[in-house]
Design a protein. Sequence first.
Length: 399
Amino acid sequence: MTKTTRNHVHDLRGASRLAIEATRSVTNLVEAMHLTIGGGPAVLGRPLEAPTRALTGLVYGSIRGVTKLIGASIDRTLAQLAPLVREGAPGPEREAVLAVLNGVLGDYLTATGNPLAIQMQLRQGGHPLEPRRRALRALLPKAGGKLLLLVHGSCLNDRKWLRLGHDHGVALARDLGYTPVYLLYNSGLHISTNGRAFAALLEELVAEWPAQLDELVIVGHSMGGLVARSACHYAEAAAHHWRTRLDKLICLGSPHHGAPLERGGNWIDLLLGVSRYSAPLARLGKIRSAGVTDMRFGLVLDEHWEGRERFAHGGDPRRTLRLPEGVECCAIAASTAPGPQRKLPGDGLVPVDSALGRHRKPELTLAFPEAHQWIGFGMGHFELLNRAEVYATLRRWLH
């Protein structure tokens, strides 16, 4: 999002309206978020938690006792609480909450014009990049001919590429001279909706890139790999120039054939643990966005979902799949197993076969070359973002 005047009170107000409409039980949710935020930083022992709990107990206890009419009364209450939360949560933490909310209910946020809806944009260092030559020159004075696009996964954002002090984009810039640019998008929208928008945005970026473009690479984590594949399809349909310039596409733990956890509605419950600020939102876990339900089978095209009931128990609607032609496509999977074995478990979210594009039906198998498939053992889904072995594989494929 590009608005700089937004404050945390507005975010809470938008979240309350969303929860009122979606769950009809927002009071406990808002109180939990307020208590978490008002308690202060965990690293300092949360020194404000006790006084905040006392105050919120009175405020929210009054709300419960006086009225069962939520809605406008909650909105007014949040306005009265402005002095208590005017500092808000730290920027990255607030953005983490927004990313989760958009992952859970992003399609609804967009459809209702909720101010919490994330607008797709290119970013670097957490700052937006306008795809205009002059602006790019000013913000990326060292931009070179090797452009690297990094696309995050469901319920995450561009900041989540930095994990435990490591960022694949920063490391590839340092070691191989790439200029990393990060995509931020509303992961609750249909994957194909994001794919089409990403294709159009990338066309602008490539046309305005301030240096001679010699190499174009996309790295997608989790849902990001599906969004990238969708973007390639819609770029071909629109005859976008960037599609002919794409050299490599690398998918990290992408559920090309779906994720079993989505079928049980558990994907969101797990991802809500990304931030302590998002933990109170776990009660929204059974409300799944279009983006999440797309990951049941890995739906990347409009025709995969149009005219279908998202929550119906039906079969896989896909008929044929292919990787983008003329592009070096690579896939990385993770397994919690310590080493090779007959039946490998997945990474906690995505099965190994799904991440590597393997399917029992030949027409749905994605033909990643054997030399461009790699399995990381003893690691989970999010460790794909920081493990040294994963980075070593990326560097080898991109060298």
